[in-house]
Design a protein around this ligand. Structure first.
Ligand code: MN
Length: 256
């Protein structure tokens, strides 16, 4: 272990504490919502998963666990680079794009740049949003398990956990180039879907709220797994934070 604060031992914390801790780290006010136990007392999704702010700018949420807490599935060096450098880069890019677009509206700069900044907004905005979910979606191996409620929801659409895992893993493994496997709840279609996203924004679907996302850009796994993306995808399932997935699913499918 390094100098980072160690996560509490999984056997010593309750599900409610785990969710509260996850929510607190990211500035998410999920205190009232505990998935699988209540479907009534749910915060509005837009508030429950609001990102942390620094003034008017989007901030970088700290990891809710130590950098080495996900080993051996994901190694410490990858986590440091991925969270501190790559994730932060998308955050900066999002803030920059928003500021530049605000400037254009104020008469600073040229509307000739509109397509460039809209592209930057979509790319970095989607990158920031997905990384927010990705790091919160994980927890030390064995610290959470799918609740009965979550298992029921998965059963309804995917025929069970194996159906979801096979679908999601196949999508993630076969992304062309850089992208994501995404399990999301589509509020327009009122159902969960699995998407195969390229870059951060391509092949998305309007109305999808991400529930469980897996980054398959090379920066997410290449130090440890090199070209073996499939091994990384398989190991990911060991460190899924099912409490976080359930909280997002509940908030998306039962908006207050
Ligand atoms: Mn990434």
């Amino acid at each position: 272990m390094d100098a980072q604060p160690s996560p509490q031992k999984p056997q010593n914390i309750s599900r409610r504490q785990a969710i509260a801790a996850t929510a607190a780290f990211a500035g998410w006010g999920l205190a009232q919502s505990v998935s699988g136990q209540s479907t009534k007392n749910t915060s509005k999704a837009s508030h429950a998963f609001a990102p942390p702010m620094e003034g008017d700018e989007y901030a970088l949420p700290p990891l809710p666990y130590a950098y080495d807490a996900l080993e051996p599935a994901i190694d410490e060096q990858t986590m440091r680079l991925h969270h501190d450098i790559h994730f932060n880069g998308y955050r900066k890019g999002l803030n920059k794009a928003l500021n530049e677009l605000k400037g254009l509206r104020s008469g600073n700069g040229s509307w000739d740049m509109i397509s460039y900044w809209e592209n930057q907004l979509a790319f970095n905005g989607c990158g920031y949003l997905l990384h927010n979910v990705f790091f919160a979606n994980m927890a030390p191996k064995g610290s959470t398990r799918p609740s009965k409620w979550l298992q029921g929801e998965i059963e309804k659409e995917f025929g069970g956990m194996e159906g979801l895992k096979n679908h999601f893993s196949s999508a993630a493994k076969s992304v062309q180039g850089s992208g994501w496997g995404v399990l999301g709840y589509n509020v327009g279609l009122q159902r969960p879907v699995v998407l195969q996203v390229e870059k951060h924004q391509d092949q998305a679907l309007w109305g999808v709220i991400p529930l469980l996302v897996l980054d398959v850009w090379e920066h997410a796994y290449y130090l440890k797994y090199q070209n073996k993306r499939g091994d990384y995808v398989k190991a990911f399932w060991d460190v899924v934070n099912w409490d976080d997935v359930a909280a997002r699913w509940e908030a998306a499918s039962h908006p207050a």
